[in-house]
Design a protein around this ligand. Structure first.
Ligand code: OAD
Length: 232
């Protein structure tokens, strides 16, 4: 039976593809106030501004492609039972060929009802480059909005992720500052004794417990090194 590798990814996973991270120098939240474009209150205050922000992010997807790190994670399926739990709303893991991907914070390429964001009947595909405009309606007659989990909203997919985390033989954290919950809290559900790998050029908000290996590299080089370490 293949060993189970569970990978939690964040914005740093896609940095080498040219998508900005959120925090730190050059981060998106330095340019756009997070409360305005990534909170449910911000959406209620100025829905058009928020729609435009995500229309822009969706357009950006057309100009980027998966990097070596995404590709290597997809290739690892040949040898491991892989689960990718991502905080990213891009579709680069999908495009690299990974098959089991849990999106904790939603997906740019989807739109949903503003009344019932998680009602699957009203989730529709929005192709990269297509826009959601004010006045576009979801199937329940409410305004169509981006299928993004904003601050102040529930994160239902955490329930889908938990059983995989508990059963992981290896847990890997790539390119996330581990500041946002409940995603960061997944670490606490890793079974005792499970080896944990962190791939990030910078330090992240986790206490360095025994059994944790920090690979201080970017995603592409870091995943290549991880594969070597797991082979040993
Ligand atoms: P952050 O911007 O907080 O963290 C990005 C991490 O990526 C940092 O630890 C960087 O050091 C690291 N990094 C930078 N370049 C890298 C590279 N080439 N390879 C690997 N790592 C690299 O982003 P997240 O932790 O993903 O939520 O942020 C979590 C959530 O906060 C996001 O999903 C978003 C945001 O607000 C919502 O919008 C709901």
């Amino acid at each position: 039976m293949k060993k189970k590798v569970v990978v939690l990814t964040g914005a740093g996973m896609s940095a080498e593809s040219g998508i900005a991270t959120f925090r730190g120098a050059g981060g998106l939240w330095g340019k756009y106030p997070v409360q305005q474009v990534a909170s449910i209150e911000g959406y209620h205050q100025d829905p058009e501004l928020v729609q435009n922000f995500y229309n822009e992010r969706r357009r950006e997807l057309m100009d980027v492609k998966p990097n070596k790190g995404h590709e290597l994670l997809a290739k690892m399926e040949e040898d491991y039972d892989m689960t990718i739990i991502t905080q990213n709303v891009d579709n680069l893991h999908e495009r690299a060929g990974s098959n089991r991907i849990i999106h904790l914070h939603g997906e740019l390429i989807k739109g949903c009802s503003s009344r019932n964001p998680y009602d699957p009947r009203f989730i529709v595909e929005i192709k990269p480059g297509e826009e959601i405009k004010m006045g576009d309606l979801a199937g329940d007659g409410s305004q169509l909005r981006p299928f993004i989990v904003w601050f102040g909203e529930a994160v239902p997919e955490i329930e889908t992720a938990l059983p995989y985390v508990r059963e992981a033989d290896y847990f890997v954290i790539i390119g996330t500052s581990m500041n946002v919950y409940p995603a960061a809290g997944l670490l606490h559900y890793v079974s005792y004794g499970t080896p944990i790998y962190v791939i990030d050029p910078n330090s992240v908000n986790v206490s360095d417990t025994k059994g944790m290996t920090h690979i201080h590299k970017g995603a592409s080089q870091g995943v290549a090194e991880l594969i070597e370490l797991l082979r040993k």
